[in-house]
Design a protein around this ligand. Structure first.
Ligand code: A2P
Length: 276
């Protein structure tokens, strides 16, 4: 079984550097994947109210037999829970579905800037932090400008910002901004959703040096950049493969070459396009 190193959040809590993404899995499909993942060594699981799979995530955790405190569980609240106090009922509903007493990290799923409610929603997140129903609070798909507003108008600094990031969408400026403000960047869809990115010849060439797959080269690159990442897989071999990236290291030249795969065209699945 693989053991995954942790990074420290700005409140002192530890977050495993590789977690399991569960978007696209439903209540029925997610539970056995969680059991397999925990057996393989995963201790960090990422879900969201929007994924409609939290009951299955909770079932998978219980079926695995692991103690709750061994795990780092993230969930997210989306648009319907934005605005004064709405996140209180939102987190209660997430905990009810998960059948857990607390989550480790509660994220605001999108800033939805056209609604202009993310500041008041964050104030509710601050209250939720004080209740102990979440150990840490953070954001997702936030740009530096959105974070700047939170810094100016609220008290608690987000622990994490979860954004889409892969070698073709490196978001260097966002990562640097997060780091400068002691916010851990979490990369979603690190493998480019399993599409053409994995066929890139550079990843195959570097992989051949270390006897690793293109997916492993990407995940190792993320580890070396100091990111947390949450690749998705339903396949037992690939679940294990995606954790087996702590027995080799890339050279600085290889890391730079992978970063240079950035196309400069960020796929805008983010706050500008999500109007809900
Ligand atoms: P599968 O579930 O069959 O393993 P992302 O995390 O970037 O959204 O990518 C998820 C996609 O990548 C899924 O379709 C998943 O398919 C595939 N995938 C996950 N791990 C690997 C891997 N190690 N090698 C190839 N494809 C992978």
């Amino acid at each position: 079984m693989n053991t995954v190193p942790t990074l420290q959040l700005n409140n002192g809590d530890a977050i495993p550097q590789i977690g399991l993404g569960t978007a696209s899995l439903n209540d029925d499909t997610v539970a056995p994947v969680i059991v397999t993942a925990i057996e393989a060594g995963y201790r960090h699981i990422d879900t969201a109210f929007r994924y409609d799979n939290q009951r299955g995530v909770g079932k998978g955790v219980r079926d695995s037999g692991i103690a709750r405190e061994e795990l780092f569980i993230t969930t997210k609240l989306d648009g319907e829970f934005q605005g004064d106090d709405r996140a209180i009922a939102g987190l209660d509903e997430c905990l009810r579905q998960l059948d857990m007493d607390y989550v480790d990290l509660l994220l605001m799923h999108w800033p939805l800037p056209q609604r202009d409610q993310y500041v008041s929603t964050w104030r509710t997140f601050e209250q939720l932090l004080a209740t102990g129903k979440t150990r840490s609070i953070g954001v997702s798909n936030f740009k530096p400008a959105h974070l700047e507003r939170l810094f100016t108008e609220t008290t608690v600094r987000p622990a994490a910002n979860q954004i889409q990031l892969n070698p073709r969408i490196t978001r260097r400026d966002h990562v640097d901004f997060d780091r400068a403000h002691d916010i851990v960047t979490v990369a979603w869809s690190p493998l480019g959703q399993g599409k053409s990115l994995l066929d890139d010849p550079l990843l195959a060439t570097i992989g051949a040096t270390y006897h690793k797959t293109p997916a492993q080269i990407i995940l190792r690159w993320m580890v070396e950049l100091g990111l947390v990442t949450i690749p998705r897989s339903s396949n037992p071999d690939r679940l294990a493969q995606n954790l087996a990236v702590f027995d080799f290291a890339l050279t600085p030249e290889e890391t730079a070459a992978i970063s240079a795969l950035d196309t400069g065209e960020e796929k805008r699945v983010d706050s500008d396009t999500m109007g809900h």
